[in-house]
Design a protein around this ligand. Structure first.
Ligand SMILES: [Zn+2]
Length: 314
């Protein structure tokens, strides 16, 4: 139960999408379903279960429709999916997901490398998806999120101008995004940069900015999460065991590890509704289903006694 007197954060698990997209091995559908079940059982209330991309580019997501159907049957779970383009968005609409994220890169070079189009074209696709969504009956309209990739830097272009991020956020608001998130795709951000950019984008689009997607390539993932929380962000993407990352941003660890993020919030007295021990148990599914895949994360290596000091008692 979420305690209304405490501060809260929504941890959005992206492992089944971001993690599997980058994993060396292919996870069997039955294992994906078992993993999603274990994540939901640990108390995660939002899971990005996969991507609606072309089968040729994303063969590991060929079973996305079956995975979505399974996840939709889990009570209380917000089922999210990534759509790299309008076509994927149409499939996501048809599948009945609750939330569709369209990635839009601030960096033109990354945009071309990642989705093969300039940022303006990606924004236009979000606007088109908005119209399709609005034409549907009430109650069958998923939330559309614009994910601002490379908001804190780009491995191809280097520094990314904050003005460009603010401009793109304004364009996404104009295009009808219900929410947006700032993504540190390259894992280049630092805490003061996060605080500053969250403040600037919030000043432009208000509460539409509600999330961050942080990578840990430079080891500052959790410090950046902390800075984002203090700056008012309340939705945090994370991936169990830090699985995933970006194919154009190599690094030892991709996403921030969900279990480390939950532990951080536990210690800080921020309610996530997630049971850390159950979350750690979900790593067993990963270890079994993706043999040889490196599992990251600091908390999993801690003796349980040290984990027990976490904020449950605070
Ligand atoms: Zn990621």
């Amino acid at each position: 139960m979420v305690d209304a007197t405490r501060e809260t954060a929504l941890v959005s698990e992206v492992g089944p999408r971001d993690g599997l997209q980058m994993a060396a091995g292919r996870m069997a559908t039955a294992d994906k379903l078992a993993w999603i079940d274990a994540l939901a059982a640990a108390g995660l209330r939002e899971i990005e279960v996969g991507a609606f991309g072309p089968a040729k580019a994303l063969p590991m997501m060929a079973d996305i429709e079956a995975v979505v159907a399974h996840a939709l049957a889990i009570p209380g779970l917000t089922v999210a999916a990534l759509a790299p383009n309008l076509k994927g968005g149409e499939r996501a609409l048809a599948a009945g997901v609750h939330k569709i994220t369209l990635p839009v890169s601030v960096s033109r070079s990354h945009s071309t490398a990642n989705v093969n189009k300039p940022p303006e074209a990606a924004v236009a696709e979000l606007a088109a998806l908005r119209r399709l969504c609005d034409a549907r009956p009430e109650g069958a309209r998923p939330a559309i999120e614009g994910g601002l990739s490379t908001a804190f830097g780009c491995t191809i272009e280097g520094a990314v101008a904050e003005d460009a991020v603010v401009r793109l956020a304004a364009m996404l608001a104009e295009a009808g995004a219900d929410a947006m998130g700032l993504a540190d795709t390259a894992g280049m951000a630092h805490p003061r940069q996060v605080a500053r950019l969250v403040a600037r984008v919030s000043a432009e689009v208000g509460p539409l900015l509600d999330g961050v997607h942080l990578h840990n390539a430079n080891g500052l993932g959790l410090a950046n999460a902390c800075a984002a929380f203090e700056a008012g962000v309340r939705t945090f993407d994370a991936s169990l065991a830090g699985l995933g990352g970006c194919p154009f941003a190599p690094g030892p660890s991709g996403n921030i590890a969900t279990e480390d993020l939950v532990h951080l919030f536990d210690l800080m007295g921020v309610e996530t509704g997630v049971d850390l021990e159950k979350l750690l148990a979900a790593r067993d599914v990963l270890a079994r289903a993706l043999p040889g895949e490196p599992l990251h994360g600091a908390v999993a290596a801690l003796p349980p006694k040290l984990r027990a000091v976490s904020g449950r008692a605070a």
